[in-house]
Design a protein around this ligand. Structure first.
Ligand code: HEC
Ligand code: HEC
Length: 88
């Protein structure tokens, strides 16, 4: 039984769908911003004024000199797109 072009297209779509699920679930596992003494005070800023307003503060501490990022950290211009707030 020869493989039809139709079958290949179906397989390609399945891979695309599964790949998308995989990427989304991967992002959900990114470490959340801790709700601790350090980070607590940024929660209201982020909630009320938005992610962009809150992110300005991250770089005060999260720099290669102070708190190095893990090796292979992805590009980090918008912290809160990936690092979600914790539920509490
Ligand atoms: C005043 C300094 C400071 C600022 C500002 C700051 N952080 Fe942190 N952050 C720390 C320190 C210290 C740690 C490590 C100890 C800890 O987990 O609290 C940390 C840890 C983290 C972690 C890892 C937590 C874990 O479970 O390993 C994430 C994610 C994080 N910060 C995100 C952010 C984001 C996003 C912002 C901006 C909204 C931010 N931080 C602002 C000091 C800071
Ligand atoms: C494109 C997505 C993305 C962006 C943007 C991003 N990060 Fe990350 N970050 C990650 C991933 C993925 C890791 C690897 C560990 C993980 O799963 O949390 C990580 C790890 C970290 C860790 C170490 C957490 C730990 O568990 O030890 C800290 C701290 C951190 N990021 C802070 C920041 C800060 C601060 C910014 C903004 C300046 C930022 N990140 C922007 C995706 C991102």
């Amino acid at each position: 039984m020869a493989l039809q072009k139709r079958d290949l297209i179906f397989v390609a779509i399945m891979i695309a769908v599964l790949g998308t699920f995989f990427l989304i679930s991967g992002q959900e596992k990114t470490t959340r911003v801790p709700f601790d003494n350090i980070h607590q005070k940024y929660y209201p800023i982020i909630r009320n004024e938005g992610k962009k307003a809150g992110e300005k503060f991250c770089k005060e501490c999260h720099t290669e000199e102070k708190i190095p990022f893990p090796p292979k950290h992805p590009p980090k211009f918008r912290c809160l797109f990936c690092h979600k707030l914790t539920e509490h």
